[in-house]
Design a protein around this ligand. Structure first.
Ligand SMILES: [Fe+2]
Ligand SMILES: [Fe+2]
Length: 328
């Protein structure tokens, strides 16, 4: 027996409430691109030392964690939007973002298969560096599964508006940092892939901000304060990729960061332009500062993030708190 509280995709609607969201979603068509057509010959194990190869595969597998949570979270959000009769551009925008995240994950898969076959899932390490790289990724994925369990439970616990409203924060960081990866990459595959990924992320940012603008209208001050909290959670969740792992959530091996830095250095040296931690911290500040007044105009206080020097609303996060609603 269907439960009416669960909603239903029928009768559906073709309502257009947010013109901005419609225009953003429509941009997906002319901006479409194919990961199959990148200059893959440049991404080949024979062009790199085995340390460089595993270092590239390491960073791409780290990125893939967040792309995968993006596929799951935006996909689930698209279903929720349809079953709860959100306006049409919201449903289609969320579905298009889901496909973009698949495309980003596909870049990671293809690159790993070429430089370091079977990494990370079925890889057999032969050196200490390879073993540490794989152990780091497995530790990240194990933590990722905690995030996903909490995210799945969030649908019943929080209003949909709140979950959807928090999505944009990840896109702020992603857009700026991927632009840097594109600019710094000397390898043709990574330069082209991250130029395209940055364009996708810019579209995600415009669209998720449009969703936030519309949904914030219907929220009271306490719900808006919950968004600030989600933004802080977002920073913590994305920290291993976009800053450095925050222990509020991430339970990682004691030597995680030491090897993480070694591997990122090798990846950058061999053509995959990963910015350094200090540069990423500055990037976050720049990105948040650029959007701060827009967020505050909606009545949403920006959270304090001491780690990067951002002043704002103090949000206490206890170790082990659920982190939800932050795909990339
Ligand atoms: Fe992505
Ligand atoms: Fe994204």
């Amino acid at each position: 027996m269907p439960d009416s509280d669960e909603g239903n995709v029928f009768p559906g609607n073709w309502d257009v409430v947010s013109e901005t969201l419609l225009r953003t979603y429509e941009l997906w068509f002319p901006q479409n691109w194919s990961p199959v057509d990148l200059p893959w010959d440049e991404c080949d194990a024979k062009n790199f030392s085995s340390d460089e190869a595993v270092a590239q595969a390491y960073w791409l597998s780290k990125l893939a964690l967040f792309e995968k949570s993006g596929i799951g979270a935006f996909g689930a959000a698209a279903v929720q939007a349809a079953t709860h009769q959100f306006e049409d551009p919201t449903k289609k925008f969320l579905s298009a973002v889901t496909f973009d995240e698949c495309r980003h994950d596909e870049v990671c898969r293809r690159a790993c298969a070429r430089v370091c076959p079977n990494f990370p899932y079925k890889f057999k390490p032969k050196t200490e560096l390879e073993a540490k790289a794989q152990a780091n990724i497995f530790a990240l994925y194990e933590n990722g599964s905690r995030y996903w369990s909490a995210f799945n439970q969030a649908w019943g616990k929080y209003p949909l508006e709140l979950i959807f409203s928090s999505f944009f924060f990840a896109e702020i960081g992603a857009q700026l940092i991927f632009r840097e990866v594109a600019e710094r990459s000397t390898n043709g595959v990574y330069a082209a892939a991250f130029t395209n990924i940055t364009r996708d992320e810019s579209r995600h940012l415009t669209g998720t901000l449009a969703m936030l603008e519309r949904l914030a209208d219907r929220m009271d001050a306490s719900q808006k304060a919950m968004i600030s909290r989600q933004l802080k959670h977002g920073f913590i969740y994305l920290s291993p990729l976009l800053f450095k792992p925050m222990e509020d959530f991430w339970k990682l091996p004691p030597d995680f960061f030491e090897y993480d830095q070694k591997l990122e250095y090798l990846a950058a040296k061999s053509g995959l332009g990963v910015p350094k931690v200090e540069e990423r911290s500055e990037d976050w500040m720049k990105a948040i500062t650029r959007h701060k007044s827009k967020i505050e105009d909606l009545g949403i206080p920006v959270p304090e993030i001491k780690e990067i020097g951002l002043a704002g609303l103090e949000v206490s996060v206890k170790k082990g708190d659920d982190i939800v609603a932050t795909p990339l």
